[in-house]
Design a protein around this ligand. Structure first.
Ligand SMILES: Cc1ncc(COP(=O)(O)O)c(C=O)c1O
Length: 396
């Protein structure tokens, strides 16, 4: 008998998510009774607001347990269309909205709907870990553009222009950013939009953290930067981060009608619909605005307080420099002065001090750490103390 065939190139080439792996390791150590401080989580540490849970429970009890229409239940698609109109003046029909099993899946649909094998996709680094893998799974090639802390972790029109080739099809923009927390201004996005339109490029605008922006700054909806921009933009967002609904697996996508239709058709063959009763919970989040705003304000205030605290404390540790990020719930300190590879830094930090952090190289930027402040004050205090001790040891 001959040996079974090797697995496919897709299976062999995909890198499993390093952030999920480190988070899972930290959770396993905690479950084994170890005193771990984790800065690795990519999810809010709050529970889903009760009124959202109640709506899903009522839907479940009311028999919403069957397949739903592929692109989502109509009232939810309409509510999503309404919120884009209300928040940004972005007027879309409900047929331009697709509800998917997670923002991650929405991104993948957007890439599959627009990219052919051989196309190039511009991915500014530091990037969210899943973009390169999704691009590769579509047969296209990611083209990375490093935007380090000297650039505020942001792509510029000059850097973008230099990366464009005749094969470039799509640009991925993520503001606020995971992993850096960087928030682009309207002017910065408008300048990038101009380049994208000039070169006829699609844009995947990942606005997953749009409601977690601090210092009184307003989120910018990329599609609304002009009629030609709107024609080329696929907006991804969702419920995971805004409403602390990561486990519900619900994402959204808004796009020009032909792209939205293609995404729905791809979804019809790959996952059917997002979980039916979960969609009723999301509907409550959008319809019961007063309760949603109150819940979000509480979470956002806590994140903002921790953001400032973590930023100040990190910059007090000799050898670390850290920009104050304007959004999401991450900081991305520079640890290159220690002369240790970030992967080794994180491995030793976990082993010696039981502090979990994700190395910058997982996001395409060596010499940094991603620290999530979606963690309790007590955990942060203890974790910072240990990190400072670890860094002092490295400098000896
Ligand atoms: C930038 C970004 N986009 C999309 C997602 C996907 O979110 P989800 O699939 O949990 O809805 C995440 C989650 O970590 C993210 O950080």
């Amino acid at each position: 008998m001959s040996a079974p065939h090797p697995l496919s190139v897709w299976a062999r080439n995909v890198s499993p998510s390093p952030t999920l792996a480190i988070d899972a390791k930290a959770k396993a150590m905690l479950a084994a009774g170890e005193d771990v401080c984790s800065f690795a989580a990519g999810e809010p540490d709050f529970d889903t607001p009760q009124f959202i849970k109640d709506a899903a429970i009522a839907a479940l009890q009311g028999g919403k347990t069957k397949y739903a229409p592929t692109p989502g239940i109509e009232p939810l698609r309409q509510a999503i269309a309404d919120r884009y109109a209300a928040e940004y003046g972005y007027k879309v029909a409900s047929s331009q909205v697709v509800v998917s099993p997670g923002g991650k899946y929405s991104c993948y649909l957007a890439i599959l709907a627009t990219c052919n094998p051989g196309d190039e996709v511009i991915v500014p680094a530091p990037y969210w870990v899943s973009y390169p893998e999704m691009v590769k799974l579509s047969g296209a090639t990611p083209k990375f553009v490093l935007c380090d802390d000297r650039a505020g972790f942001k792509l510029t029109p000059a850097l973008l222009g230099a990366a464009i080739t005749p094969k470039t099809k799509l640009v991925i923009l993520n503001s606020p950013s995971n992993p850096t927390g960087a928030v682009y201004t309207r002017a910065e996005l408008a300048a990038l939009a101009g380049v994208c339109v000039r070169h006829n490029l699609y844009v995947l605008a990942d606005e997953m953290y749009e409601h977690l922006i601090y210092d009184g700054n307003e989120p910018v909806n990329f599609a609304m930067l002009g009629a030609e921009v709107e024609k080329r933009t696929i907006t991804v967002a969702g419920f995971s981060k805004t409403y602390s609904m990561t486990g519900w697996r619900l994402g959204t996508l808004v796009a020009p009608a032909p792209i939205a239709k293609a995404c729905a058709e791809l979804q019809s063959q790959m996952s059917s619909n997002a979980t039916t009763f979960a969609q009723y919970g999301a509907l409550a989040a959008l319809q019961e605005k007063g309760r949603a705003v109150a819940a979000l304000a509480g979470m956002k205030a806590a994140f903002d307080r921790r953001r400032k605290h973590l930023h100040a404390e990190l910059n007090r540790i000799p050898g670390i420099t850290c920009l104050l990020a304007g959004g999401a719930f991450y900081l991305f300190p520079n640890i290159s002065s220690f002369g240790v590879k970030d992967v080794d830094f994180c491995a030793q930090l976990l082993e010696r001090e039981k502090v979990a952090a994700v190395p910058g190289s997982a996001f395409g930027a060596e010499g940094y750490l991603r620290l999530s402040y979606a963690t309790s004050d007590e955990m942060m205090r203890k974790g910072l103390e240990r990190l400072a001790r670890f860094c002092a040891g490295l400098r000896k």
